[in-house]
Design a binder for this molecule. Sequence first.
Ligand SMILES: [Zn+2]
Length: 242
Amino acid sequence: MQKQYMIAVCDILGFSHLVQMSPLQNVVNDSFGWLRKSLHHSLHKRDFPNEIPKKSDFLGNKHVGIAWFSDTFLLYSRRDDKEAIHQLIQTVGWLLFETMMAGRMIRGGISFGEAYIDEEESVFVGKPIVEAYQLEKSQQWAGVALTEKAVERIPERVRLGVFDDWWVVPYDVPLKEDKTLQTLAVNWTWGGHSWWRVSWSESKKLPDESDWVARPDVCAKFVNTKAFHKAVCRNCIDDEQE
Ligand SMILES: [Zn+2]
């Protein structure tokens, strides 16, 4: 229906690589299956599902709606009120945290404005979807940033950096071509994880020279994601000083 929505567009990073490198059934059952479970968990905030949730279990909750197209999914506030917007941001925060913990990466943009959404008919049209998508694509990390319009819809004290159970933090978000965007980013580090270490691989803490030659984009995203964790995480201060 036509009204004001807060909309998050998220993308699974490295998805084309995954599809090219893995048997299709593994992608469907393992990668997609796990992500559907995690999305269900983040949305409903109940136990982590054992079985892959069916689409009928998936149609959002009373605050947040959801749609999925291949490696891109969209979450939107069902009402233009504080509670629905809060729930949307929290859902994205939980999901980002869980994907980070599992060594999987997503990237997203969140925008706000008038859109036409008819979930039953799969119609999703409007500027905030385009803006969220464009911001998603422009970032050089695994993370989720807010457009200016989305930031304006966040309570003022939260915008200024007060937590208040809102999973956002002011940050210079890394963009492609070494640019940055000063905005609010979803602060996934609020998820409890004192045991976690951010490592490039099992054997290497950071990408080495050959990694930078082979996959410069992936290395840059990793380093930027790690830098965000170091800058804002309150759990791992000591670990990251090593
Ligand atoms: Zn941490």
